[in-house]
Write a protein that binds this ligand. Sequence first.
Ligand code: 218
Length: 190
Amino acid sequence: MQKTNVASMAEIAIFAGLAMVLDFFTQPMSIGPWISLSFKMVPIFLIAFRRGTKPAIVAGLIWGILQVALGQAAGGWLNLWQGFLEYFVAFSLIGFAGIIRPLFNQTLKKNQPLRSWAIMVLGILIGSLSRYIIHFIAGIIFWGSYAPKGQSALVYSAIINSSSCLGETLACIIALSLLFPFIKRFLLIN
Ligand code: 218
């Protein structure tokens, strides 16, 4: 168990804020009609790999709260339950990426870059999928009435959320792969 300390708390706040800044100032990049790349989750992944699951969950939660508090959630807010699920729960779950941290630390220390990279990608997939399972469920429960005529809520939610999940995951894999060669010292704290 890692001790909570001031440096860790400061980093959580800074990286949650960074995610919020990306949220405000970056536009998703469309590649084709279905998929748009968006790398806003990168700061939460960085905290997950550097500090582990719990700090990353807190950072994700703060980002979710910031989106609601700053009006950035407006288009995706239907009611309290849905908002709670899709902002507070879903964004917290990105932190599960941190589950791979012990393995990641080991391979980084042993100087196994390819293995470390693969584990990092696994972490991204775990965090992204954990978040999007919530959006998928919320999509079925709350967004079904937006489905085109004749399409079930389940199929509609699967289509919308899988394409959006793919775009966000892919963008984070690309962005973090580009950063990867330069951040070993950031990621290894002990
Ligand atoms: C089918 C469907 N449509 C919309 C939503 C809402 N949703 C989806 C993904 C991500 C987010 C958070 C903001 O980026 C939201 C609110 C849904 N779950 N399902």
